[in-house]
Design a protein around this ligand. Structure first.
Ligand SMILES: [Zn+2]
Length: 304
């Protein structure tokens, strides 16, 4: 009875016959041309046949927001990629086939978890952020009370989150887990306290509940009510990258609401895009991390 959307995304190498690090940058894009998008496992040989590696790769469709590459609506992918350090995994960009480094949280290596469950953070000094400072502190308190240590820093130093409210942004954004160095949680000017809790959940290592690979047993995505360009925001994570500690949780703060990315109907209201099974379950709450969210984080970080 444990769950959690800690996705073991791209904790790639399954079988590696050689402990030497593969030189992923050395592969020409053409080498990947025959990769089927969304295939879960690829095995390929280097020219030297003795170096044979198996990779898990998932095609992650992204939205570009300025310089940011964003997955599933609010997950900043590029900071995870750029900070990857020779991890033997990759993702494929939506436009170009391109090798990348690891993204996501690896519960095995703890690579993306905050050491000693301590999250260090800075609250940006800009005026919009100052306006939201009490909401940010309340959101932090919701996670702190289950044992995560939050340490505020006067200025960025080492691995830390920078909370930054930015009126030019239409989305709240966060990477997944710790990405090394300073990382941003970017918040809209009108962000709610609950939405900040959701973004902090990502920075702690949680993925979206409604994008678990088993989600189709629990919800139906009503694609007819979603603009084609937004369909990619509902892309589930492949099972090979997933790691759950708990059961599917309609009440998760990491679940989207029923109208997320809905097209506008003739009445001007967003149309339903996520139908629960059975119908009528409440989803998309932003009051507090659910019991299972908390259980998952406790398990990830070995908290009592
Ligand atoms: Zn999210």
């Amino acid at each position: 009875m444990r769950r959690l959307s800690i996705f073991l995304l791209l904790l790639a190498i399954l079988s590696c016959n050689n402990y030497e690090k593969p030189d992923t940058e050395g592969y020409e894009a053409a080498n990947y041309a025959s990769f089927k998008r969304d295939s879960v496992k690829y095995v390929f040989d280097r020219i030297n046949a003795q170096q044979r590696y198996s990779y898990y790769i998932q095609y992650l469709p992204i939205r570009k927001i300025g310089k940011l590459q964003v997955f599933q609506g609010d997950i900043i992918i590029n900071s995870n990629i750029e900070s990857g350090r020779g991890i033997d995994s990759m993702i494929l960009d939506s436009e170009i086939v391109q090798p990348y480094k690891m993204i996501g949280v690896s519960p095995l290596s703890k690579e993306r978890l905050w050491p000693r469950h301590e999250v260090r953070y800075v609250i940006s000094e800009n005026d919009d952020t100052k306006e939201r400072i009490s909401s940010i502190r309340q959101a932090i308190a919701a996670w702190r009370n289950l044992g995560i240590i939050f340490t505020e820093l006067p200025e960025p130093s080492g691995d830390c989150i920078i909370f930054n409210v930015d009126r030019s942004h239409q989305f709240n954004l966060s990477p997944i887990g710790r990405v090394k160095g300073s990382q941003n949680i970017i918040l809209r000017k009108d962000v709610s306290t609950g939405s900040i809790m959701h973004e902090i959940g990502h920075s702690l290592g949680l993925w979206h509940e409604h994008c678990r690979p088993d989600r189709d047993q629990h919800i139906t995505i009503i694609t007819a009510n979603i603009a084609p360009s937004d369909l990619k925001e509902f892309k589930p994570i492949a099972a090979a990258y997933s790691y759950y500690l708990t059961n599917y949780d309609f009440n998760s703060i990491m679940h989207y609401d029923p109208y997320a990315f809905g097209k506008r109907g003739s009445d001007g209201k967003a149309m339903i895009t996520i139908q629960t099974k059975p119908a009528g379950k409440i989803i998309g709450q932003r009051s507090a991390p659910s019991e299972l969210d908390r259980a998952g984080i406790r398990s990830m970080y070995n908290l009592p």
